[in-house]
Design a protein around this ligand. Structure first.
Ligand SMILES: Cc1cc2nc3c(=O)[nH]c(=O)nc-3n(C[C@H](O)[C@H](O)[C@H](O)COP(=O)(O)OP(=O)(O)OC[C@H]3O[C@@H](n4cnc5c(N)ncnc54)[C@H](O)[C@@H]3O)c2cc1C
Length: 513
């Protein structure tokens, strides 16, 4: 694995960080104020104001890998940029047109869209003029197993008719959300993984109704939001089908990997930001005659956080590296691991940061207070409280993400689910045999080692053991006379030898020797 970034990647890191310093951190308070006032479900003016600047600076659509549309960065090159943008969840990535779920949806269109589909939907998405959503999850079925999805996509004449109820559809609350990638069953009689399709559904089509916006731990995440949507006899042209009927899983596999890297790196950015906020806070707060930073447990918390962030980042970079070099499929274990490791780590770091902030750490009101204080050119010194960072969709949905990731590990191919009892017994016997063989081979290695380094004592030991083996063989063969000739061998110690000695003694005694 190569850890060194290319000059191109380093240059982009410097430029994205500089843009964050100049335009994003100083405007965080404005961003929160603008969402709070007026209609919360309208685009945020400061984002629209900053987008052209990011575009002019060449910091636009950086997520797209090698293609005519994007920056052509590998996962390893893009990951650190994601971390820098992720330091300001929501606001940061959107200014660079690098926010979910648009990034994943644009990738789908680049990889699997037809010329006409790209022209109609990809181009305005790339230009940041419209937004999109991904409609898979359904309230009625366990959607972590996508084979459960029940919504129907039925061919009728030159189009498809779509019916179903979806929920947690992120981004659907934004009035600029114009297109949904809808997953449903088109071929119920086909093999399990060929029943699903993905199809493009314009949000303005008749029969598409947003029923409500779902709060995440009490936060509505406006203007992005997570919607419950019904699709009732929604008719779309047949040309809206992506890749072909029954190929929904194939598309889902392609979409999955890069999205995980992006989410995880953004979360690492959140964790770094929380740690910065914690360090800034504890160096200025004095309790019991010392700054908090001088208290042992606080220092330990900072050290733990630093170590955990580094570990999580290395694992994520490994996943990115494997995706670049051997592909998403080969990297699936690492992709599943980061989905668990990174959210867990972020929650722990946030928890420590909240604790170090005392009561301010749990207060939502501290958001604007901290954003005002946070107007500094140096992100390392930015004083945004942990609660500011914690009170975001990115973090509040973590628990679900983590649980789902654990399930993937438990149910994934490399971590087989429980076997039947007979199969489990056979597997256990095989494992025991394997261990025994390993133990024997280890002893053999040791014996060879002793033989090679023949010290006189070792030779003596070896001679002794050989003698014992001979005695055993002799006993079996009934050649006991030899032991009468060599009683000294038998007198040597050992559990096996003693009974032999006693037997000799008895025989010798009987013969009056
Ligand atoms: C903030 C947020 C945003 C979202 N955005 C979107 C979006 O844009 N589009 C979209 O389609 N969906 C979205 N989702 C939904 C998300 O993808 C689903 O919640 C997720 O796939 C789990 O499905 P489910 O809710 O039906 O849970 P279920 O499938 O009912 O699972 C319930 C629990 O059981 C666990 N579980 C399942 N199988 C196993 C197993 N074999 N072993 C052990 N545990 C298991 C799961 O991990 C989970 O913890 C979003 C969710 C949230 C919270």
């Amino acid at each position: 694995m190569h850890f060194e970034h290319s000059e191109k990647a380093k240059d982009l890191q410097r430029r994205v960080a500089a843009f964050m310093n100049d335009h994003i951190y100083p405007n965080e308070a404005t961003y929160h104020r603008q969402i709070a006032e007026g209609d919360r479900w309208q685009p945020v003016p400061i984002i629209e104001e900053l987008k052209p600047r990011a575009r002019a600076a060449g910091l636009w659509n950086l997520f797209l890998p090698e293609s005519e549309y994007g920056a052509g960065l590998t996962n390893v090159e893009y990951a650190p940029l994601c971390e820098i943008m992720g330091r300001v969840p929501g606001f940061g990535p959107e200014v660079f047109n690098c926010s979910a779920p648009d990034t994943g949806n644009m990738e789908v269109l680049v990889r699997y869209g037809t010329e006409a589909q790209r022209k109609r939907w990809l181009e305005p998405l790339l230009a940041g003029q419209i937004r999109s959503c991904f409609a898979m999850t359904e309230p009625d079925v366990a959607s972590s197993d996508a084979t459960n999805i029940r919504s129907s996509i039925v061919r009728e004449g030159d189009g498809y008719v779509i019916n179903g109820r979806k929920w947690w559809i992120s981004g659907a609350g934004d009035p600029r959300c114009k297109i949904a990638i809808f997953m449903g069953k088109s071929n119920p009689a086909a093999p399990k993984h060929q029943q699903q399709s993905m199809i493009l559904v314009p949000m303005e089509t008749s029969g598409v109704t947003i029923r409500r916006m779902l709060p995440v731990f009490g936060y509505d995440d406006a203007p992005h939001g997570h919607a419950e949507i019904t699709f009732e006899n929604v008719r779309v042209p047949a040309s809206n089908m992506l890749l072909g009927e029954g190929r929904g899983f194939e598309i889902a596999q392609g979409r999955l990997g890069p999205g995980r890297i992006h989410h995880c790196m953004r979360l690492i950015g959140v964790a770094e930001r929380a740690l910065d906020a914690m360090c800034a806070r504890v160096t200025t707060r004095v309790a019991f005659g010392k700054t908090l930073a001088e208290q042992g447990t606080i220092r330990a918390d900072i050290a733990e956080s630093r170590m955990e962030i580094e570990q999580a980042r290395l694992l994520t970079m490994k996943a990115a590296y494997l995706m670049d070099t051997v592909g998403n499929k080969a990297a699936r274990a690492e992709i599943a691991m980061i989905k668990v490791v990174v959210p867990r780590m972020t929650l722990r770091v946030l928890d420590r940061a909240i604790q170090a902030h005392g009561a301010a750490g749990v207060s939502r009101l501290s958001r604007s207070w901290n954003c005002q204080k946070g107007q500094t050119q140096d992100p390392a010194k930015t004083r945004v409280s942990a609660s500011t960072i914690a009170n975001t969709a990115a973090v509040t949905c973590l628990i679900g993400v983590e649980q789902n990731g654990l399930r993937q590990l438990a149910g994934g191919r490399r971590f087989k689910p429980a076997l039947s009892s007979a199969a489990a017994a056979a597997a256990s016997a095989q494992v025991k045999r394997h261990r025994r063989l390993r133990a024997i081979s280890r002893h053999r290695d040791l014996a060879d080692l002793v033989h090679e380094r023949v010290s006189p004592r070792a030779r003596l030991c070896e001679h002794f053991h050989r003698s014992v083996r001979d005695i055993k063989a002799d006993l079996v063969a009934g050649r006991r006379e030899r032991h009468q000739r060599e009683p000294h061998v038998c007198r040597r110690r050992g559990r096996v030898v003693k009974p032999v000695v006693r037997q000799h003694a008895r025989e010798r005694g009987a013969r009056g020797l």
